[in-house]
Design a protein around this ligand. Sequence first.
Ligand code: GLN
Length: 202
Amino acid sequence: QPLVGVLALQGDVREHAAALAECDVRVQLVRRPEEIAALDGIVLPGGESTTMSRLLETFELLEPLRARIAAGLPAYGSCAGMIMLAAKVLDGRPDQHQLGGIDMIVRRNAFGRQVDSFEEDLDFTGVDGGPLHAVFIRAPWVESVSPEVEVLATVPDTPTAGAAAGRIVAVRQQSVLATAFHPELTGDGRVHRLFTQMVRAS
Ligand code: GLN
């Protein structure tokens, strides 16, 4: 079974670990640089990207993780994790670091200007079995992507979505996946299964 890490410095680590445990993989909580070499994939949880960035530096995980992701380690980030995987962040803190992995620009707290959180049913490319219920909590959205990035989901045009309609909220570039929302909170394992399939295929 592949070994999938969950970055365990901050955020909803337990929820991701529980979702992965249903996907026939071994799960490793990652807090130390020595734990990175053995991983077949890494999940970056939701939380607070500025804090995660600071802790990644303090725990000396920033460079080794960045290097492994650049070398093709499959990675999945939800919400704050999506922010960490972006090449560039808008409305971030000036000292905020990126792991990179997806050639996209993400706007932090993008929905926050309208509402702190909201929920929508999304069509998600690569996920079968009908729409995915997506929970957004002070979420980013993807402002723009380069041509190598595949858009997997956008916000539908509904009354609750308002000005967020059409915004990109799930993307993939090769074996790196990111969602602006939190599938780890809804008990729907389909996004984690997609990611663990990507881990197995890589
Ligand atoms: N607003 C948070 C950030 O900027 C992300 C929120 C989340 O992960 N639920 O990192």
